[in-house]
Design a protein around this ligand. Structure first.
Ligand code: ATP
Ligand code: MG
Length: 236
């Protein structure tokens, strides 16, 4: 049984259909990437898994459990953490407070170990712990968004464009960190515009086009695929 499975999912914003029969599986321990151009439905797919949006048709199951009746905050408790597009951190709260909010579903838990883990992954955040998040650089805010999602102890981490707007050296760091997080046992579903980097760390991937899955394969095969190379790896 896959850890996470979408079957025939249709999703809408009002009358606009964003997903059309999307079927995706993620196995425990994998890094799976969703590729696709602007408006393809990548963010909507993650939002539908996180329960921020609900499918009009089709199902989302986690560990065999249908998520349809499960409220979004309970979905976090089940082990699915979502680091949304555009670094939705709380700018007026400190780095520490943002991280504590990431662990809100684990009330009473001893968070020392979790702080240590995210500070080992992102030493920069340790130096900034008392600083208001809104004063961090863009790259630091992106790290904080990932770190905050990790504080929920997820078994699956949904990452939406973690490298967006980052300088190349930070992009490397973020992708290496995603790999480390995965090596430590967290399953990852990764949405990226940076297809080359995403495919370099992923096990498998899906290509979305106007709300449909048009390709599904191993990361290696996708990186060699002519359509992928032309559309997403900038080859002519
Ligand atoms: N809040 C919204 N209201 C109406 N339509 C929306 C909304 N958000 C997204 N859409 C539409 O749904 C479709 C899928 O959008 P989505 O954000 O999932 O794409 P995406 O693949 O994440 O794109 P990007 O790479 O630009 O982030 C698009 O046609 C988009 O215009
Ligand atoms: Mg998006």
């Amino acid at each position: 049984m896959p850890l996470l499975e979408l079957k025939g999912v249709d999703a809408f914003y009002g009358n606009i259909q964003a997903l059309r029969g999307v079927s995706i599986t993620v196995e425990k321990g994998e890094i799976v990437t969703l590729l696709g151009s602007n408006g393809a439905g990548k963010t909507t797919t993650l939002r539908t898994i996180a329960g921020v949006m609900r499918p009009r048709k089709g199902t989302v199951t986690f560990d065999g459990k249908d998520l349809a009746p499960v409220p979004a905050d309970q979905i976090v408790r089940l082990g699915i953490a979502h680091s949304p597009e555009g670094r939705r951190i709380f700018p007026r709260l400190t780095v520490r407070e943002n991280l504590e909010l990431g662990a809100y579903a684990r009330q009473g838990a001893d968070l020392r170990h979790d702080f240590e883990r995210v500070f080992t992954l992102f030493p920069r955040l340790r130096e900034r712990i008392g600083q208001r998040a809104g004063t961090l650089s863009g790259g630091e805010q992106q790290m904080l968004a990932i770190a905050r999602a990790l504080m929920a102890h997820p078994s699956v981490l949904l990452l939406d464009e973690p490298s967006m707007g980052l300088a190349p050296v930070l992009v490397e760091l973020v992708f290496q960190t995603i790999k480390d997080i995965n090596d430590q046992g967290t399953t990852v579903l990764l949405v990226e515009q940076n297809a080359l980097m995403a495919l370099s760390i992923a096990d498998r991937g899906y290509v979305l086009q106007t709300g449909r899955v048009v390709l599904a394969d191993t990361a290696e095969a996708l990186a060699r695929n002519e359509m992928v190379r032309k559309a997403y790896l900038g080859e002519s």
